[in-house]
Design a protein around this ligand. Structure first.
Ligand SMILES: Cc1cc2nc3c(=O)[nH]c(=O)nc-3n(C[C@H](O)[C@H](O)[C@H](O)COP(=O)(O)OP(=O)(O)OC[C@H]3O[C@@H](n4cnc5c(N)ncnc54)[C@H](O)[C@@H]3O)c2cc1C
Length: 482
């Protein structure tokens, strides 16, 4: 296979397949790299739907700022925050509201605070656990015994989150707190979720300190007061643009559009080897074809699998094995006077053992200012995920009804919303099951023979926006050097 991108008589023809955040980040990085190297580039972004952005969308409804997809990003990973800086948005980022910086967990039908300092899998201090009504005395004793649980022999096989937490902290910690906290991020079955593929830092802590509590105490001693008191998914570390996630995505689109050709409603069906001096030929669903010197595939894994089945059958096979879950979000706006619970937190997570239909409720306007009118609150209720997939297939009315019922029972919401909207994200959440990193290794091995082909997206190296953005940028850098 030959490449002609070094041919100086015409620009380097590059196509990005998929106009979600990862594809847009790849396109922007390609523009930056080509600009810095003074290399002429003919860049195209092909997006199957009628809009760029993928799983994000900020809307204004009845005076509320509504996020239909992602609503914020973690700042201790550089991807999103660096991108915002490069887009000139660093002055526009807002942190979470410190007054409400804690999470609730449903415990025997009642919302209870997550013990202070509990970081997804483990506490950084035992006294909040001793005081918490979430655990039984036996559960607390088992949690505290983690100090004395010997570290697993290294190297450990890929282990599920459930197995790891059960081994270190016991079943009660898993089902009463860790499952819902982690489920709030991955919407996954903890028996299948790969710890190494999602949160390897906890494995490193076990290997280095012998105990996670000891490791987190050590970390807490050397961190700030704010970090020490943060609970749940460390909400203090989250940020978002003042006008919502679409502010970042719209700024990204504006930059990419300055020099790239954007093709909407453009479904790529296959990448095949080219014979006419280019590297690849793209085949589109409408039957047309076009040659390119380099390609970034930034679609969900199951789409990438079919697009790549000819040029990279090994990678395509591994991509096809990555399972996905679907989720629905009901966003609703309420007068605070219609809600009995004080909502003095960022949200509520619901353990599977509580046998409820909803997974979690984010109190969006408690997290970030400017999301709801004065005296009102915006709620985002999550339904479905890997553990209750059938719920997402219900009609909007059925989903609204189950959310109405559960918000009433759990938070005392009188259902007279200013608005309520259902956003459905089908096959949107890649599942990092045990064995995920082996799949990634197979994909990387197969791609070694294709230096002009980059792969990006949330199925590979992390599900959140920062990792997704970083995956797009790395794919761009790879083909630029290719
Ligand atoms: C409900 C929900 C809430 C979330 N909340 C957060 C959050 O608060 N914070 C956070 O950090 N992350 C969050 N995430 C994760 C984050 O939003 C996603 O990981 C990220 O947006 C994925 O971007 P992507 O580019 O990988 O994929 P996508 O957004 O899925 O983009 C892929 C694009 O490829 C296009 N495409 C597919 N096939 C083809 C084809 N054959 N030809 C051309 N185009 C094609 C699709 O139409 C799509 O636009 C959330 C995810 C979900 C589902």
């Amino acid at each position: 296979m030959s490449s002609s991108h070094s041919n100086s008589d015409r620009p380097w023809r590059v196509v990005v397949i998929g106009g979600g955040v990862s594809g847009l980040a790849a396109a922007f990085r390609l523009q930056e790299l080509a600009g810095a190297a003074n290399r002429p580039i003919d860049l195209t972004v092909c997006e199957a739907s009628d809009a760029l952005g993928g799983i994000v969308g900020t809307r204004e409804i009845a005076g509320y700022r509504v996020e239909l997809g992602a609503d914020s990003f973690i700042t201790n990973k550089p991807g999103a925050i660096n991108l915002c800086r490069r887009l000139g948005l660093d002055g526009e980022l807002i942190p979470t509201d410190a007054r409400y910086r804690r999470s609730l967990v449903l415990s025997r039908g009642k919302p209870m605070p997550v013990p202070e300092g509990f970081q997804l899998l483990a506490p950084n201090a035992m006294w909040p656990v001793w005081r918490s009504p979430i655990f039984s005395l036996a559960g607390k004793l088992r949690l505290a015994a983690e100090y004395f649980v010997p570290a697993a022999q290294q190297p450990v096989e890929d282990e599920s989150l459930a197995s790891f937490v059960r081994r270190r902290f016991g079943q009660e910690a898993l089902e009463r707190l860790v499952q819902p906290l982690v489920g709030g991020i991955y919407t996954s079955d903890p028996e299948k979720l790969s710890l190494r593929g999602t949160m390897p830092r906890f494995l490193e802590m076990e290997a280095k300190h012998g105990s996670l509590i000891r490791a987190l105490r050590h970390e807490a001693r050397s961190s700030t007061t704010q970090d020490r008191t943060a609970s749940g998914a460390r909400y203090g570390l989250f940020a978002t643009p003042r006008l919502g996630i679409s502010q970042m995505v719209d700024a990204l689109i504006a930059r990419v559009q300055t020099s790239a050709t954007i093709r909407l409603n453009c479904v790529v069906s296959q990448v095949t080897p080219a014979t006419d001096g280019a590297t690849y030929q793209l085949e589109f669903a409408d039957g047309t074809r076009a040659p390119y010197d380099a390609v970034v595939v930034a679609t969900p894994a199951y789409r990438a699998a079919s697009v790549l089945r000819t040029v990279c059958p090994g990678a395509a096979g591994a991509l096809d094995e990555i399972e996905y879950a679907s989720t629905a979000i009901v966003v609703s706006g309420h007068r605070l006077s219609d809600v009995a619970n004080p909502l003095d937190a960022f949200g509520l997570v619901v353990p599977a053992i509580e046998k409820r239909k909803i997974l979690a409720v984010s109190f969006t306007s408690r997290k970030f200012p400017g999301r709801a009118p004065e005296g009102c609150v915006e709620l985002r209720t999550f339904v479905g995920g890997a553990m209750q997939p059938e719920l997402v297939d219900q009609s909007d009315d059925q989903i609204l009804e189950l959310v109405r019922r559960e918000l009433h029972e759990l938070l005392g919401v009188v259902w007279k919303p200013d608005f309520a909207i259902v956003a459905r994200w089908m096959r949107s959440m890649p599942q990092y099951h045990v064995g995920h990193l082996d799949k990634i290794a197979r994909i990387e091995t197969d791609l070694k023979s294709q230096p002009h082909l980059g792969l990006a997206g949330n199925a590979l190296y992390g599900v959140g926006l920062p990792d997704t953005i970083a995956s797009g940028e790395r794919a761009a850098e790879r083909i630029f050097q290719g």
